[in-house]
Design a protein around this ligand. Structure first.
Ligand SMILES: NC(=O)C1=CN([C@@H]2O[C@H](COP(=O)(O)OP(=O)(O)OC[C@H]3O[C@@H](n4cnc5c(N)ncnc54)[C@H](O)[C@@H]3O)[C@@H](O)[C@H]2O)C=CC1
Ligand SMILES: Cc1ncc(C(=O)O)c(C(=O)O)c1O
Length: 311
């Protein structure tokens, strides 16, 4: 029998919601995508069409019977749902409010998974009557293309739920990574360590944005897409790591605040693709073209990586 829920609800249809919904639907789940905003639901309906094409292109597991419906009526969206995936903005107060509100509308047996980027699950569950039903399920963006999900139980999570969620993730052919709870979880701790150093290098004028992107993409990203960091150390030699880390680690950026470079851009309204400018400037049509190039590249890379042995 499939571990997948028959009906699932995704709460929040922004950047992440449509891809999450589409991935589950393609695996045969009846998915209801809910948002508080009508405009967000309209955008999600348009995004869903594009995402479906991408899932077909990567030969994502396909089972009959799945579907996505879109709506702004919460009770209708929760009707019969066995799994709720919360994907509202990354604010603890908002998430706690949404979780408490959801709980008041559902039966005790319904599981709630949160897609938080790194807020501790235990903290989030403090607003809940049954925090045992809450678990972290952190998808990576774009969620319909990155086939790995972090599974993070909080202190109060029912242990049986951990195995259940791992079974669900495997059932749609993604790789579950079980982790102990820590702010940022594993993926974003690593990503944000890289991004902190990158922003410091740009701020100090050590390299251009184009140079940084080329260096990290080919020197680090390409290699790490084939060999993980632990195996990379064996390939390089632990003695080399000792020699370099001995003088380099103390030089690395250790700031604890968001870089000024980023705060200045945000103050100018430059948020990235969503506002037409960010780290780079975009002319008419450029954002759509870049999005397309990224998706095409990720499809090609995923196919290649899926066809080679794990090292
Ligand atoms: N954007 C990313 O790259 C990733 C984001 N995440 C996490 O996923 C969550 C969602 O992120 P995004 O999709 O990027 O956010 P977003 O801001 O693009 O979308 C959030 C959506 O939630 C809706 N919303 C706000 N309040 C709501 C409520 N009370 N009920 C229902 N919907 C509500 C908004 O209208 C919006 O459409 C966050 O916790 C984020 O940290 C996780 C992985 C990657
Ligand atoms: C910049 C950034 N921040 C957070 C996340 C996340 O995983 O929550 C991502 C991502 O790629 O998924 C990200 O790029």
């Amino acid at each position: 029998m499939s571990s997948l829920p028959r009906i699932a609800t995704v709460v929040g249809s922004g950047t992440m919601g449509p891809g999450i919904a589409a991935t589950l639907a393609r695996a045969g789940v009846t998915v209801r995508l809910y948002d508080i905003s009508t405009e967000a639901i309209e955008r999600a309906e348009a995004a869903y069409g594009v995402v479906q094409g991408v899932l077909a292109a990567v030969d994502s597991p396909s089972a009959p019977g799945g579907s996505v419906t879109f709506g702004t009526d919460l009770d209708a969206s929760l009707e019969g749902s066995e799994l709720i995936i919360e994907a509202v903005p990354e604010r603890l107060d908002l998430k706690q409010k949404v979780l408490a509100d959801l709980e008041a509308r559902i039966g005790d047996e319904v599981i709630i998974a949160t897609n938080t980027s790194g807020i501790p699950i235990t903290t989030m569950g403090k607003s809940m009557t049954l925090p045992g039903r809450l678990i972290g399920m952190h998808w990576s963006n774009p969620p319909h293309l990155i086939p790995m999900i972090e599974v993070i139980p909080g202190e109060d999570t029912d242990p049986a739920l951990v195995e259940k969620l791992i079974g669900i993730v495997k059932a749609f052919d993604y790789v579950p990574v079980l982790e102990k709870e820590i702010p940022g979880f594993v993926e974003n701790r690593v990503l944000y360590a890289i991004l902190r150093e990158c922003m410091a290098l740009l701020d100090e004028g050590i390299v251009t944005p184009e140079g940084l992107d080329a260096c990290v993409k080919w020197g680090i990203g390409y290699k790490l897409s084939v060999v993980g960091p632990t195996r990379l150390l064996d390939m390089a030699g632990l003695d080399i790591y000792q020699a370099v880390s001995g003088y380099l680690n103390k030089e690395l950026d250790a700031s604890t605040e968001t870089p000024k470079l980023i705060l200045d851009k945000i103050a100018e309204g430059k948020l990235g693709f969503k506002s037409g400018a960010g780290m780079y400037e975009y002319g008419p049509g450029d954002v759509d073209a870049k999005r397309k190039e990224i998706i095409t590249g990720l499809i090609a890379a995923r196919k290649t990586l899926s066809s080679i042995p794990e090292v």
